[in-house]
Design a protein around this ligand. Structure first.
Ligand SMILES: C[S@@+](CC[C@H](N)C(=O)[O-])C[C@H]1O[C@@H](n2cnc3c(N)ncnc32)[C@H](O)[C@@H]1O
Length: 202
């Protein structure tokens, strides 16, 4: 069987494409998704027609740019969390220069605290629940993220989590918890570092 080097065909306008290509040269330094996985994330958000997307783990904004591009189509909002200020400030610069009208909600701080804040804001009606959540921060904390995400996820919301196969030991509590839940259907995909897709059933 022929092994293909190019696995996606999506190409954007020059401005965005140039930045993505530049960020792809430092992908390993910033722990970004590879292009194939980023394209999958982009496609899922469009398929879901997601209106409120949350990302846990912004880094320098590589995956965020794909998310914003998808949200241009679905006309949705983006919230992203990162505790490393320098990284998120780089991300914010890319977001504002390439998507000046998008106004992403970029939160700096520990993911767990930020998730608790989001829960409070949703309870108070200041923010809407999320219909798509991308988990890509501290692998050991995935289970804690899930406990909070479960409270802020809309009915039939979708969760995509990265590094499931490369960090299996650390994410085992997350995987086992979701596999034991009757109110979610989950599947591990052998894509990039291993992604788990979970869909809430109610
Ligand atoms: C794998 S990288 C995210 C890559 C990004 N999603 C992309 O594909 O472009 C994980 C990021 O999560 C951040 N992070 C790790 N633990 C965190 C925590 N407890 N709270 C907030 N951010 C965290 C790291 O600083 C890092 O930038």
């Amino acid at each position: 069987m022929q092994v293909l080097d190019i696995k996606t065909t999506t190409k954007f306008d020059t401005g965005l494409e140039d930045v993505l290509k530049e960020l792809e040269t430092t992908q390993k330094d910033f722990w970004n998704l590879d292009r194939n996985c980023a394209n999958f994330l982009y496609s899922l958000i469009i398929m879901k027609q997601a209106k409120n997307v949350l990302e846990i783990g912004t880094s320098n904004g590589y995956s965020g740019l794909w998310i914003l591009k998808a949200l241009e189509i679905t006309k949705g909002n983006f919230t992203t969390i990162e505790f490393w200020e320098k990284r998120q400030s780089a991300a914010r610069n890319y977001f504002t220069s390439l998507f000046p009208d998008s106004k992403p909600d970029c939160r700096i701080g520990q993911a767990i605290i930020a998730l608790e804040d989001l829960y409070d804001e949703i309870q108070k009606g200041k923010k809407q629940s999320f219909d798509f959540v991308f988990i890509d921060a501290n692998k050991k904390e995935y289970i804690k993220y899930f406990e909070l995400v479960d409270k802020i996820l809309a009915p039939d919301g979708v969760i995509l989590a990265d590094n499931i196969l490369t960090h299996y030991e650390k994410v085992t509590p997350y995987v086992e918890n979701l596999f034991n839940r009757d109110d979610y259907t989950s599947q591990i995909l052998d894509l990039g570092a291993g992604m788990m897709l979970s869909v809430r059933l109610q």
